[in-house]
Design a protein. Structure first.
Length: 206
């Protein structure tokens, strides 16, 4: 594809690195920016730079935040004795959108996936286990994807949490096997959170 400008070509190349963005879509975005007023294009660029430079990750749950502690963890009206374990930030957004959960979260930063070289040591598991030292945790909800990797991670976490004698539940399987939480509709996800079941019952059915 002849872009007619090395600057346009470079911009298209960078946009096309984004998930789901091909070269044609990237070119469309670049041309859109060129048609914007300079102040608007500059504001867009500065927002991206500031995002990458200043974004923080919550010291308690690993969620994105403007401060050291995110809005969810600093909310005194939430039940801090219930911890919902999720794979990444998008899952927090999906669950929060249902408005049916008032506990807090712990973001693992992925799931155990040996085929891609991701083991337990690559995840935020130790910081999750450290939370049991406070004796305030009354329930852990495992809200991971219903894939083989997600189930493997859930089982690993269950075995690590078991010695602490804290109830471990798992979201109801109204979600199809292999589905990612971020793509599940709000009603199904809300019901899955509300109708969560003890993890032990899942083990006995396998």
């Amino acid at each position: 594809m002849n872009f007619g400008s090395s600057l346009v070509e470079k911009a298209v190349e960078e946009f096309s690195r984004l998930p789901g963005i091909g070269k044609r879509t990237a070119l469309r975005l670049v041309l859109h920016l060129l048609n914007q007023e300079e102040v608007e294009a500059t504001a867009f660029g500065e927002a991206i730079i500031k995002l990458r430079k200043d974004i923080k990750y919550c010291e308690q749950c690993n969620n994105i935040s403007d401060l050291d502690i995110c809005d969810i963890c600093s909310d005194l009206h939430r039940d801090h004795s219930i911890v919902c374990v999720v794979e990444d930030i998008r899952d927090v957004m999906a669950i929060e959108h249902t408005q049916q959960y008032r506990g807090v979260y712990h973001i693992l930063g992925g799931i155990i996936d040996p085929m891609n070289g991701i083991g337990p040591g690559d995840l935020k598991i130790n910081s999750l286990l450290a939370k049991f030292a406070t004796n305030e945790i009354k329930e852990v909800i495992l809200a991971l994807s219903s894939s083989m990797e997600g189930d493997t991670t859930s089982f690993y976490l269950y075995k690590k949490i078991e010695p602490h004698q804290v109830p471990v539940t798992i979201i109801a399987r109204g979600i199809a096997v292999g589905d990612e939480l971020e793509f599940v509709d709000d009603v199904t996800l809300a019901r899955s959170i509300i109708n969560r079941t003890p993890y032990e019952s899942v083990l006995t059915t396998k």
